[in-house]
Design a protein around this ligand. Structure first.
Ligand SMILES: [Zn+2]
Length: 373
């Protein structure tokens, strides 16, 4: 081999080795960075990768995918009471939470699971609060796991947990666990509205001048329709009565006070002994919450008048009414027409009109919350 040729081969060998060394360095940097952002060893990043790549499936199944975080960061956020669920690895699932506060129960729907992939051994409750004993008792006696078949291979795992009182819930996830944090509702939700359907059970309220429905039915129907229109992003909406059972005035107020609601809105229909009483009216709280209560009452009345064409009889001081007096927040009692007025009842009997009124109240509450300081 000539001297020139030898030199070319040497140079070629030198460049190849340099290229190989640089390549190895680059791979090392990339893998270290990956380790750093996920906080997991490479073989454990399956869940993280699944969480990101499966986002498009969100629309097909009803749940949503959680942002995977480091355990150390999650433990700073979960608070004093949380439930930890060990995740089955390499499963592409999404989560939906259902707050069944009426039953003091919370359900997690894990879509896309394999059947029987979770057992009680995968669930653990951690509580450091004063109510620790009650919390453990609820967890031990009131936890259930069931499965609903989605397809041949996939199922929805339904985890149902009993809780000792009403909580606001947050979900977190790391590579091994899902964390269901149970917090004070006020810590979780920006705004809280408690909506109350007046009367119920044997207390039917005012009898309507025509038709089968008494006041308690109209009130409940309105509240359910408002709830249907409400979107969680506008704030948390709780309702005090969701069926035709009796509900004491004390328990309604206790409910609103216990969740520290921003507004307490009670839905009623009016009555009058005199002939000719008809239209919309509202009662407001008149202590330190007078301004917010009165403004909210007026906004609801104005919007309802615009939508229905009914007479606006104005907002009145309702301080002598038990629930208004005892509630510790801005409070409004809305009278959605007179059941002693034939004209009002005929209007209220139309499903379309009631939907329109419910939508209007829903929008008026949102409007009120955005402008009242
Ligand atoms: Zn009433």
């Amino acid at each position: 081999m000539k001297e020139e040729e030898r030199s070319v081969w040497k140079q070629l060998l030198f460049h190849s080795i340099t290229f190989l060394v640089l390549g190895c360095c680059l791979m090392f940097v990339v893998s270290t960075f990956h380790l750093d952002i996920t906080g997991n060893r490479l073989e454990e990043t399956g869940a993280y990768d699944n969480t990101v790549s499966a986002k498009e499936k969100w629309k097909q199944e009803e749940g949503s995918y959680l942002q995977c975080e480091k355990r150390v960061d999650i433990l700073k956020k979960v608070g004093k009471y949380y439930i930890q669920i060990r995740k089955p690895q390499n499963t592409n699932y999404s989560v939906r939470l259902e707050d069944c506060y009426q039953e003091k129960r919370v359900r997690l729907y894990l879509y896309g699971m394999q059947k029987e992939s979770l057992s009680f051994d995968d669930l653990e409750v951690v509580c450091q609060g004063k109510n620790k004993k009650k919390v453990y008792e609820c967890f031990q006696t009131g936890t259930s796991i069931s499965y609903e078949e989605q397809s041949e291979k996939k199922s929805t795992a339904i985890l149902s947990f009993q809780v000792d009182k009403i909580y606001g819930y947050c979900l977190y996830e790391d590579s091994k666990y899902i964390y269901l944090a149970c917090k004070n509702p006020k810590e979780v939700y920006n705004k809280i509205i408690v909506l109350d359907a007046g009367h119920g059970g044997k207390d039917t309220g005012t009898d309507a001048v025509t038709g089968n429905w008494s006041e308690s039915y109209y009130n409940l129907d309105f509240v359910k329709k408002i709830e249907e229109q409400w979107s969680e992003k506008d704030g948390k909406l709780y309702i005090t009565r969701w069926n035709d059972k009796r509900c004491s005035l004390q328990s309604r107020v206790r409910f609103a006070n216990s969740v520290s609601a921003d507004y307490f809105i009670s839905i009623h229909c009016n009555s009058s002994d005199e002939a000719g009483g008809s239209g919309l009216e509202a009662l407001y709280k008149s202590n330190q919450y007078k301004e917010e209560s009165k403004q909210m009452a007026q906004i609801c009345l104005e919007e309802l008048t615009k939508a229905t064409g009914m007479t606006n009889r104005g907002a009145l001081n309702g301080q002598e009414i038990f629930i208004i007096r005892k509630a510790k927040m801005p409070t409004v009692l809305l009278e959605m027409g007179f059941l002693t007025s034939r004209e009002d009842v005929i209007y209220l009997q139309s499903e379309d009109n009631r939907v329109k009124m419910a939508k209007t109240v829903c929008n008026a509450i949102k409007k009120g919350m955005s402008i009242i300081k």
